[in-house]
Design a protein around this ligand. Structure first.
Ligand code: NAD
Length: 266
């Protein structure tokens, strides 16, 4: 039980893509700070229901789930409407859901390009547009977009992902400026490698292509990019997202905050 630091007591949050990985880490951190949380994402219905129950009972907050496919603008709008109905308000929006596909640009499948742009970038716009009027009306809001080091620098074979994540930083800055005189803030967190299913797939692909073990592939992946040679964790990203939702973070606006083991310091 974590009831000692309830700096977000009475708040309500949507965290997209929170049935796994970084989003789940963020949802847990917000709930631990006292915020109600709407989870969103795909997965086994029974497992997601147990996850909701576990977070609810550990932190004594309301936890609900939206199965919205955030590639659909209409489903994004319905997700915001559902959270508003169930919680009475949405104070915190964390745009976290994202997918990856790697291929050289000449071979990059067009449907993968469209899906990555829709899920990793356009969904952020649709969710922000849907939630901002009520945040302005109450003069409180925290919008946290989970971007990436790939919002700041590039890597080969990630054209759609890098383009979408650079777009997220642009969107973050515009929303931060448009809300600058209000108590609504908008920031981007830029993680380096975090060991989640999204990165595990890249490790597995690399191991298969180079005929090395997954343990070797993991070391190679990290040592190429991340000077600390250690993964960042969902808990660390969650702690930063939680801080950005507090009053102490009120003047952090339009920022890109890296949690990348030194990746972008190079
Ligand atoms: P993950 O694959 O573990 O989780 C992705 C989540 O998004 C899951 O809950 C999944 O169900 C959900 N999701 C996927 N498509 C969706 C859709 N169309 N509609 C609704 N939900 C959908 O991934 P992760 O590594 O935790 O990544 C989370 C975010 O962090 C992504 O935006 C990713 O780009 C970013 N990121 C990850 C890393 C990393 O190293 N893992 C690094 C930098 C940035």
């Amino acid at each position: 039980m974590t009831h000692e630091r309830r700096s977000l007591a009475g708040r309500s949050a949507i965290v997209t893509g929170s049935t796994s990985g970084i989003g789940l880490g963020i949802a847990r951190a917000l709930a631990a700070a006292g915020s109600n949380v709407m989870l969103n994402g795909f997965g086994d219905k029974g497992e997601i229901a147990s996850l909701c129950a576990e977070i609810r009972s550990s932190h004594a907050v309301a936890v609900t789930i939206s199965g919205a496919d955030i590639a659909s603008p209409a489903e994004v709008r319905e997700m915001v409407a559902q959270a508003t109905r169930e919680f009475g308000a949405v104070d915190i929006l964390v745009n976290n859901a994202g997918i990856q596909h790697t291929a050289p640009v000449e071979e990059f499948p067009e449907d993968k390009w469209d899906a990555i742009l829709a899920i990793n970038l356009s969904s952020n716009f649709h969710a922000i547009k849907a939630v901002l009027p009520q945040m302005r009306a109450r003069n409180f809001g925290r919008i946290v977009n989970v971007a990436s080091t790939h919002a700041l620098v590039a890597s080969v074979n990630k054209a759609a992902y890098v383009a979408a994540k650079h777009g997220v930083v642009g969107l973050t800055k515009v929303v931060a400026l448009e809300t600058a005189t209000t108590n609504v803030t908008c920031n981007a967190i830029c993680p380096g490698f975090v060991l989640t299913p999204l990165v595990q797939k890249q490790i597995d692909d690399r191991a298969a292509a180079a005929r090395i073990t997954t343990a070797q592939a993991r070391v190679e992946l990290l040592s190429e990019k991340q000077p600390s040679h250690e993964f960042a964790t969902p808990e660390q990203i969650g702690a930063l997202a939680m801080f950005l939702c507090t009053g102490d973070a009120a003047q952090i606006r339009g920022a890109t905050l890296t949690v990348d083991g030194g990746w972008t310091a190079q």
